[in-house]
Design a protein around this ligand. Structure first.
Ligand SMILES: [Zn+2]
Length: 396
């Protein structure tokens, strides 16, 4: 199937050339759903809808599903409404037995009026014109431009990037005063006199005018705001806990992260933040050097083991990319190791809540097999243990 027709980037779905590939069908439906929801939102906002027909990715996905039913000799899904209805049901209940992993078959594509986490991942993989992806790209773009404007050497740019990226992981909600503090630290500005860091904040957060002290409740583990103390944060894999109070004293506004920032920058960043924190202990100091987001985010963490004799001489290096995604199969398809990034061991680290799911690691490895060479899959706890053990071996 031509990638032009489907809007599917060949690289993203490499390995998906098999015409019977159900992951391609589902990814197309996800991209289509994302577009349908986006149009619906625009219509609700009173914008005129110039596109009368359903998105091409949806139609391609529908057609593929129709043929799939036909080939299996089961009654085809009759129309778009019926298929939309199915999207809210686990795929295991669909009339045709899709060749997806056990875990993925339990997923729905829609949860209420929104894309499910699985569908978000599928839509991203198929590079549909997804509003959420657009916000995410704007945030990443702003992160890079802010970092590069605020550093005069590659090391300074890398440090600025790492600081700001971590800031977004640690701060789901901030006061305008914090933005000013950031502006004093990262002073570079554009031709119009606006600091790059303010542009980053405006891309990643939504501001709200307020008067007086503002009280927020945060989940103690992921630091996302929750409605009330009893409310579940909803962050995948988050152990939660009793909400903690955050009091902000803004001058006139608070900034809260967009849903897309939360989904694509904040929440998936929690696993790498945990890894960095666990390895930045006194016990490892002088033996292991941790660099967050080396080379401006080529991978998530660079772990360098230092020589016991000569302080800063690196004797071994491990690169870690941490990924927190609902579908192992879709993750495996989209995963690439940056070619330019050299290290002795390449690791794809998974958060425990994914790694513990039966079949997740096997599915991921099966998808990477023969496509991504030399990358080991590991869970976050095992990674931390292995780093400590290796540091012990090298330092006796
Ligand atoms: Zn949480």
């Amino acid at each position: 199937m031509s990638s032009d027709l489907t809007g599917v980037a060949p690289s993203a779905l490499a390995g998906a050339v098999d015409p019977d590939d159900d992951y391609l069908t589902v990814a197309l439906l996800c991209a289509g759903l994302a577009e349908i929801l986006r149009r619906r939102e625009r219509a609700a906002a009173g914008e005129k809808n110039a596109e009368g027909i359903l998105p091409s990715s949806w139609r391609s996905g529908f057609a593929r599903l129709w043929w799939r039913c036909f080939a299996d000799g089961v009654p085809a899904v009759e129309d778009d409404l019926r298929l939309l209805g199915l999207c809210a049901e686990p795929m295991v209940t669909w009339p045709v037995a899709l060749a997806l992993s056990e875990i993925d078959l339990q997923q729905t594509l829609l949860v209420g009026e929104r894309l499910s986490e699985f569908a978000e991942q599928g839509a991203r993989l198929s590079r549909g014109d997804v509003e959420a992806e657009w916000v995410e790209n704007r945030v990443h773009e702003a992160l890079r431009s802010t970092a590069s404007a605020n550093g005069s050497t590659p090391q300074e740019v890398e440090a600025a990037y790492a600081y700001l990226r971590r800031y977004l992981i640690d701060h789901a909600v901030i006061a305008d005063r914090s933005v000013q503090t950031l502006e004093r630290r990262f002073r570079a500005h554009d031709a119009a006199g606006r600091t790059y860091v303010r542009r980053l904040v405006e891309a990643a957060y939504r501001s709200r005018t307020v008067v007086g002290v503002q009280r927020f409740l945060l989940c103690p583990a992921c630091r996302n705001p929750v409605e009330d103390a009893a409310c579940d944060c909803g962050t995948p894999g988050c152990p939660g806990g009793s909400a903690v109070e955050l009091l902000l004293e803004p001058l006139a506004a608070v900034y809260e992260q967009h849903r897309a920032t939360r989904l694509y920058v904040h929440d998936p960043g929690l696993v790498e933040a945990r890894i960095m924190d666990a390895l930045s202990t006194e016990k490892l100091a002088g033996r292991v050097r941790i660099t967050p987001y080396p080379g401006v985010d080529q991978v998530d963490v660079l772990i360098e083991f230092l020589s016991p004799d000569a302080g800063s001489v690196v004797v071994e290096s491990w690169g870690v990319d941490a990924k927190d995604q609902v579908s192992a199969r879709l993750l495996g398809r989209g995963f690439v190791w940056p070619k330019e990034f050299r290290c002795d061991r390449r690791l794809l680290a998974l958060p425990m809540h994914r790694a513990k799911q039966p079949g997740y690691i096997d599915d991921l490895k099966a998808e990477m097999d023969g496509r991504v060479a030399g990358v080991q899959v590991i869970d976050e706890n095992r990674l931390i243990k292995q780093v400590k053990r290796r540091a012990g071996e090298l330092h006796g």
